[in-house]
Design a protein around this ligand. Sequence first.
Ligand SMILES: [Fe+2]
Length: 243
Amino acid sequence: MAKCTLAFYCDARPATNGTTSQVLSQARDGLVPLQSTKNKGNHWGAAPGMKLALPQEQKEAYMSTKGFSHIGLSTLDLDTTRRFYEGILKFGVVRYDTITVKEGGQIRHIFFDTGRDQLIAFMEARGVPGVPAWYDAGINRGLGVPSSFNHFAFEAGSEAGLVDKRNELRAMGVDVTDVVDHDWAKSIYFQDPNGIQLEYCCLTRDVNADDARMQYRFDTSIRRLNLDTAAMTPTRALMPSRI
Ligand SMILES: [Fe+2]
């Protein structure tokens, strides 16, 4: 799963200090390829060959990190969630538990492999004291924040792979945005049946020292922070009946 720190659309190209060659020259000494434990991509989930600029003192520490084990989420309807993640996104089920709660009720817990042995898990409670029978599992809607604030991005592998994934999802009835160019990465956005904001993303160039330095990049809007909500409605046919 890609770590993505830019959730929203760019209205303008990012500002940079100096020419591209100058920026790359400044960063050259800090460029270090970070391969995953499976040697299938780098620390940021980029395609093999992408590089990440790091200060010397951080290189060793970063090389010791291994990425995600799993992300845990909750759902009101695990069956529909499974149909989406397994049937639409093609994430295989690697573990599925039914857990009895001593105080009452049961929990179903399922883990999907998103690739590279990085998992996404869902927990569904039934009759468990203290757990409401209904809540907004979409996270952002319940919090009242824009759709872009809490989201999960899967690795597309390449720009061609991103386009293929967009077409594949659309063919299966999922409401997906067009490809969004972030300058350093490209993304498509959609929602799962719970209303959880999802993304496929791929890096489009090496990340350098200038990228890592906080600076003004672009303007945005509330509409864009909501990832153009008109195009982000969870596919009705896939939605749990209780949402
Ligand atoms: Fe993102």
